[in-house]
Design a protein around this ligand. Structure first.
Ligand code: GRG
Length: 301
């Protein structure tokens, strides 16, 4: 069985190929300018955990496919995730100065370039996936279905929706549990469950498989966000690679503010059970996913 670090290495190598370093100060049309390549690579190749792309690859493999055939889709998911981190850190959003253990993109490249680095990663993600679908005409329909899942998960009813509601609730000081659920499903869970659905589409999986992966991804995402909220209170900034304690300081609506530390731990337990249960029909083939969610419960970063 492959591990998270095996999948992450595949992703790491391919990301570096997809967005290579560009020669400095060359003003050539139809070429990615060096400063865009530099700022995109700065955040993309900064050592993230690569959870979302690795889960896509592991799901493809669990369903009998070759992860190498899905690698560009996985890399696109990581590009979209990284764009969201760059934009989330901007002064107009979370206004953060540390991410992935480094100064944030706008601190190094300036706000304008950081916005473009995010835009560039988002756009290039779709260019990359469409190119992958077009390279394999016999699998183009499956590829397009996968792209549609990723677009939905990261889009205006998914991640962007969650972020919009999050900003709204923070500004209006809304502390409502149903709002919290919509925010966390959107901004966090969608970026786990839709890449898993994309894997199912790439493998032409049936509806039951799609539903099982959706349930696992949702439970995993809610658990992941709940542990993130806990770590903001009880974690180490060094291990997390970002500023902690900001949620409480800004009066943000989080699992901890809504349910308390013990209530959040109970929620983590419940989602842990739900995630394992969702894939029980796959038996041993789901062991990557069972181990992954087991590890998340006690994560420190
Ligand atoms: C800007 C449209 C837009 C959305 C931003 C992802 C996001 C939405 C905001 C980032 C802040 C945040 C707490 C998001 C919740 C998801 C989360 C904990 C992201 C961090 O993911 P990790 O831990 O990061 O997988 P690495 O660096 O390992 O990839």
């Amino acid at each position: 069985m492959r591990t998270l670090s095996d999948y992450a290495q595949l992703v790491e190598a391919r990301l570096g190929e997809l967005i290579p370093a560009a020669p400095p100060k060359r003003f050539a049309a139809s070429e990615m300018p060096w400063l865009l390549a530099d700022s995109m690579r700065y955040s993309l190749l900064a050592g993230g955990k690569r959870l979302r792309p690795s889960m896509l690859l592991a799901a493809v493999e669990m369903l009998g496919g070759d992860p190498n055939d899905a690698l560009d889709y996985a890399c696109a998911v990581e590009m979209i995730h990284t764009y969201s981190l760059i934009h989330d850190d901007l002064p107009g959003m979370d206004d953060d100065t540390m991410r992935r253990g480094r100064p944030t993109n706008h601190v190094v490249f300036g706000v304008g370039q950081a916005i473009l680095a995010g835009d560039g990663l988002l756009n290039f993600a779709f260019e990359t996936m469409l190119a992958a679908a077009l390279r394999r005409p016999e699998r183009a329909a499956a590829g397009l279905s996968a792209i549609a899942e990723i677009a939905r998960g990261s889009g205006v009813t998914g991640m962007i929706a969650g972020q919009a509601l999050d900003l709204y609730c923070e500004r209006e000081r809304i502390a409502d549990v149903s709002a919290l659920e919509a925010i966390q499903r959107g901004k966090t869970a969608c970026m786990f469950l839709y890449p898993l659905r994309a894997a199912a589409r790439l493998q032409n999986a049936d509806e039951a498989t799609l539903a099982a992966l959706t349930d696992y991804g949702t439970a995993f995402g809610l658990l992941f966000q709940a542990t993130d909220d806990l770590l903001d209170v009880v974690g180490s900034a060094e291990a997390m690679g970002k500023t902690l304690g900001k949620d409480a300081a800004s009066g943000k609506l989080t699992c901890v503010s809504a349910y308390g530390v013990d209530g959040t731990r109970a929620l983590v337990e419940a989602q842990h059970r739900a995630a394992v249960e969702a894939l029980s029909g796959f038996g041993e083939r789901a062991s990557f996913f069972v181990q992954l969610v087991d590890g998340m419960v006690s994560r420190t970063h």
